[in-house]
Design a protein around this ligand. Structure first.
Ligand SMILES: Cc1cc2nc3c(=O)[nH]c(=O)nc-3n(C[C@H](O)[C@H](O)[C@H](O)COP(=O)(O)OP(=O)(O)OC[C@H]3O[C@@H](n4cnc5c(N)ncnc54)[C@H](O)[C@@H]3O)c2cc1C
Length: 529
């Protein structure tokens, strides 16, 4: 089915859009939002054989889904909160994702350093329960390791009072790469998914039920009307905007909490094992996670009033992470050592009872069905995106009295699937596509656009031709992870990236100038001064 979107082997957005417009009859489902949640729903529906269209107003995973801590995890913290149901569900999903996308999800060792006998007991037992909850899908057993072994594995760790560490297993992944591979899986299974298409209005039939959506192509500003039997609102922190479109004055359903990450060179944390600091001064956990030859530190949990696609890290969040992590690293990092800072917003379901701090609100997902039959999904985690998709499609079938079709994503291999990933290969995250990219490198394999980030010009071409990248930001932030890994370096290579893109897309000089201006402005936010 991927043929439906390829012209001479490449994704041609204009032709693809015309195919969507020409698709006869109504869609079974229109999914609004191309983050983890919307992609999970669209893939589930497509795999069941429903005629499905997903529209994303910006780029796929532009929102929260490219800004996570990069963990595919059951959630040790949720276990501590007693949310066994969520931990069980997420642990099962972790195992399934590890099986279905082994090129992106890695079995990662984590170490919890312990400084008191009570902590040793608490985390040894707690993490055994964590292992037990995941049953057959566990990635490996947790073990207590000695002080010496802990110091060897985490070279910068404070030795004073250290009793040892508890080593456990969780998953680690690349969030926006998974999103792009999910888009490709939707295409391959016969569904449609398109970026830069914003829903600006919902249509209703004479019974007041949703019957379609008005969508604006953000590149041309042209409007399109699409009819559908079911409309799904999977817009993350923007769900309330769509609910307002459906019924002005609707009650608020989510609260927004910001999380910030800092990326450092791995010399600050030269360990292949991740670390979990279990109790920070703000009562959360802080992770140090090795990622693409760097280390990601995070995160925070700060309530914010406004949802935005480009949230800004607060000074207090930055200094909190530097301070807290600094106590456990080989050298205390300074602001000038930060290669990139990025923030994401959690769409948390407003708790039904009482006032809760955002860190205490359950990360479980919740489905709301409006009187108009608009299906909205709130909360959740990247890890559980597949289950969220399955639950949503089951709910639509039930409420709209469709004949139940068996879900099929639990064993569906995600685009790029390949066994035996070599995590040291700079192209590992392309999975089975790496072979094709490597063929195109033909004799130029060592001529990197960025030697430091291992980004080759053929990757830029690949992103435009096969992954629907439309802007420099799409390529530098989500097809490669340059902006998040080293914002200054991404800025350095941006002119070359834009030039390669312009040649393929047939763009003129003003487009190039505009791309450079907007990427430079954006990258400012990721650089600490
Ligand atoms: C700091 C932080 C760390 C996290 N770490 C982890 C982790 O390590 N592991 C984990 O499992 N989970 C993690 N999560 C949670 C996870 O990232 C989110 O649950 C998930 O990404 C949310 O996906 P989403 O699709 O609901 O939202 P989003 O990714 O925000 O997607 C919603 C999309 O809807 C689009 N949209 C909005 N309005 C419209 C419209 N009118 N028309 C078309 N499109 C529209 C937006 O542009 C956006 O792309 C983390 C979250 C945060 C904030």
């Amino acid at each position: 089915m991927i043929d439906s979107l390829l012209t001479k082997g490449i994704v041609d957005r204009e032709t693809y859009l015309q195919k969507i417009v020409a698709a006869t009859g109504e869609w079974d489902l229109i999914v609004i939002g191309g983050g983890a949640t919307g992609l999970g729903i669209a893939l589930d529906a497509t795999a069941r054989g429903y005629k499905t269209l997903l529209v994303e107003q910006a780029d796929f995973a532009k929102g929260t889904s490219s800004r996570s801590t990069k963990l595919v995890h059951g959630g040790v913290r949720y276990l501590a909160q007693g949310d066994i149901k969520l931990v069980r569900e997420a642990s099962i999903e972790r195992g399934l994702l590890h099986r279905n996308a082994p090129h992106l999800v890695k079995d990662q060792n984590f170490i919890v350093p312990v400084y008191t006998s009570w902590d040793r007991l608490k985390y040894t037992i707690g993490l055994k329960i964590y292992d037990w909850i995941s049953g057959k899908l566990s990635l490996g057993p947790s073990v207590f390791i000695s002080k010496e072994e802990t110091m060897e594995k985490i070279p910068g760790i404070q030795a004073k009072d250290l009793k040892g560490g508890v080593l456990y297993h969780d998953g680690q992944f690349d969030d926006s790469r998974l999103a792009i591979n999910l888009v490709q899986s939707i295409w391959e299974n016969g569904g449609y998914a398109m970026n830069y298409m914003q829903v600006i209005n919902l249509q209703k039939n004479d019974k007041g039920k949703t019957s379609g959506a008005t969508v604006m192509d953000m590149e041309t500003k042209k409007l399109y009307e699409f009819k559908a039997k079911a409309i799904v609102n999977a817009t993350g922190v923007f769900v309330d905007d769509i609910l307002q479109m459906d019924r002005p004055g609707s009650a608020k359903t989510i609260c927004v909490s910001q999380g910030v990450h800092l990326v450092l060179d791995k010399k600050f944390y030269p360990s292949p094992e991740a670390m979990m600091i279990p109790e920070t001064s703000d009562g959360r956990v802080l992770f140090a996670v090795p990622w693409h030859d760097k280390v990601v530190l995070g995160t925070t949990d700060t309530p914010v009033d406004e949802a935005s696609l480009e949230p800004q890290a607060l000074e207090k969040e930055i200094s909190f992470i530097l301070e807290t992590a600094g106590n456990y690293l080989l050298t205390k990092p300074q602001r000038s050592d930060v290669l990139s800072v990025f923030a994401g917003l959690r769409p948390l379901a407003v708790p039904e009872t009482g006032q809760q701090k955002t860190k205490e609100i359950s990360r479980s997902h919740k489905i709301i069905v409006s009187a108009s039959n608009l299906f909205t999904i709130l909360g959740g985690k990247w890890t559980t995106y597949r289950k969220m998709g399955e639950d949503m499609v089951n709910r639509i079938e039930k409420d709209l009295k469709w004949k139940h079709k068996k879900p099929g994503t639990a064993s569906l291999h995600i685009h790029g699937y390949t066994a035996g990933t070599d995590w040291n290969d700079p192209l590992y995250f392309y999975g089975s596509d790496a072979t094709l990219i490597r063929q195109q490198m033909n004799g130029t394999a060592n001529e990197w656009l960025s030697e430091e980030l291992k980004i080759h010009r053929k990757q830029i071409i690949w992103a435009v031709e096969h992954e629907m990248a439309r802007t420099a930001e799409d390529v530098l932030s989500r097809r490669t992870r340059a902006l998040l890994l080293n914002a200054r370096e991404s800025r350095r290579i941006a002119p070359e990236v834009i030039s390669i893109m312009a040649n393929i897309l047939g763009k003129d000089e003003p487009w190039r100038a505009e791309q450079l201006k907007s990427f430079n402005k954006l990258s400012e936010q990721y650089i600490l001064k």
